[in-house]
Design a protein around this ligand. Structure first.
Ligand SMILES: Cc1cc2nc3c(=O)[nH]c(=O)nc-3n(C[C@H](O)[C@H](O)[C@H](O)COP(=O)(O)OP(=O)(O)OC[C@H]3O[C@@H](n4cnc5c(N)ncnc54)[C@H](O)[C@@H]3O)c2cc1C
Ligand code: SF4
Length: 332
């Protein structure tokens, strides 16, 4: 592990001052919250910051529910949010996405902010023994294209990077039109979750729209007619402690047996959490008839490109949508 100094600032002003000393170079000073992802990356020498700035004790950890929706402090843990009665009853897709993530030990420690900013699980990114990884070392190439790419993305890829975004929570939040509250040295702002993560293009090392030093302070989820009848379906290689091969977050408003309004987002297939508006439009007005659902789900594959080992995801994601809609539609 590369040596670093652990900084424990007393407030956010001190955090921003420490980050300002690192200039625009994020690699010189990085944040740590629960540490469940960052410590692995330090141990594997993937991240080599000179300073690690701890956010522990500095960010809101409250979970607040009201008529306008849900507000999750960035320091709330995955376990706390998953077990909150309002989240379980009114936003089940969030609770299900969290309970299908990681392990109880990780969920007790990991935070909302850290979950959204966890790094990809691409094995070439996480193993410095592979020289070619544009995300870890810009302009070094991509070992996954032409390599073992069963876990990789089929949507939103570029010739520079085909890594998936690993967060289950982000997929559920994208389906619910959530936003993040962000605070930086000079301003506060709100970023829709659909815009937080960037497509790789030819700069896959730039993963989000966050500016140097900015901190996520909270997640807001607006109240909606679809949130209560929602579901997270995760397909993975083993039943627990595993990332998604394919996942689908679905939220529905029903008019008796017909879908009035649908929201659908996919995980495990995109370089960012992937919303599928054409599928949503096709589902509006449809019944829960499997053939109608299958026709709508087929629209998700627009622009999909397999790289060999991951071709199967193009079929699997359509089946995941159909099953997730059927499950959400059957909810009372
Ligand atoms: C064995 C294992 C299995 C896992 N399985 C899954 C899974 O199935 N699904 C899933 O979604 N996740 C899974 N995870 C990932 C886990 O959810 C993340 O590691 C965790 O959510 C990260 O949160 P943290 O608070 O520990 O973040 P940290 O590790 O502290 O930080 C992660 C990143 O976020 C940045 N950061 C943290 N908080 C903030 C903030 N408020 N503002 C700005 N930057 C911030 C840090 O600088 C760092 O880059 C797994 C992890 C492990 C170890
Ligand atoms: S897919 Fe992206 S993260 Fe993986 S090796 Fe290629 S450039 Fe690196």
């Amino acid at each position: 592990m590369h040596p670093f100094t652990l900084e424990r600032p007393r407030n956010l002003a001190a955090v921003f001052s420490l980050r300002a000393q690192a200039g625009r170079n994020d690699a010189r000073a990085e944040y740590i919250a629960g540490g469940t992802d960052m410590v692995q990356l330090l141990q594997e020498d993937v991240r080599r910051p000179e300073r690690l700035v701890s956010l522990a004790g500095l960010l809101d950890n409250r979970i607040e529910a009201g008529p306008r929706g849900l507000r999750l402090g960035a320091a709330a843990t995955m376990a706390e949010v998953a077990a909150h009665p309002v989240v379980i009853e009114q936003f089940p897709v969030i609770s299900e996405a969290l309970l299908n993530s990681a392990s109880p030990q990780v969920r007790n420690q990991a935070t909302m902010g850290g979950n959204l900013l966890q790094r990809t699980r691409c094995p070439y990114f996480r193993d410095v023994g592979y020289a070619a990884c544009n995300k870890r070392a810009p302009r070094s190439g991509c070992a996954a294209i032409g390599g073992e790419n069963r876990w990789h993305a089929v949507l939103g890829t570029s010739e520079s990077c085909i890594a998936t975004n690993p967060s289950d929570l982000a997929v559920a939040l994208v389906a619910l039109n959530a936003s993040v509250e962000v605070r930086g040295p000079n301003r506060q702002r709100t970023v829709p979750l659909t815009e937080l993560h960037r497509l790789p293009g030819d700069t896959p090392h730039v993963e989000t729209v966050l500016e140097a030093g900015e901190v996520i302070t909270a997640i807001t989820v607006p109240a909606s007619r679809v949130a209560r009848r929602s579901h997270y379906l995760k397909v993975r290689d083993r039943a627990s402690f595993e990332f998604a091969v394919v996942s689908a977050a679905v939220a529905l408003e029903m008019d008796r047996s017909r879908i009035r309004q649908a929201r659908v987002a996919l995980g495990g297939v995109g370089t960012k959490p992937w919303r599928v508006p054409r599928v949503e439009a096709a589902l509006a007005g449809a019944s829960l008839d499997p053939a109608a659902l299958r026709r709508a789900a087929a629209l998700a594959v627009e622009g999909a490109k397999g790289r060999g080992h991951n071709d199967f995801k193009i079929e699997l994601m359509q089946r995941a949508i159909v099953r997730a809609v059927e499950t959400a539609g059957a909810r009372a």
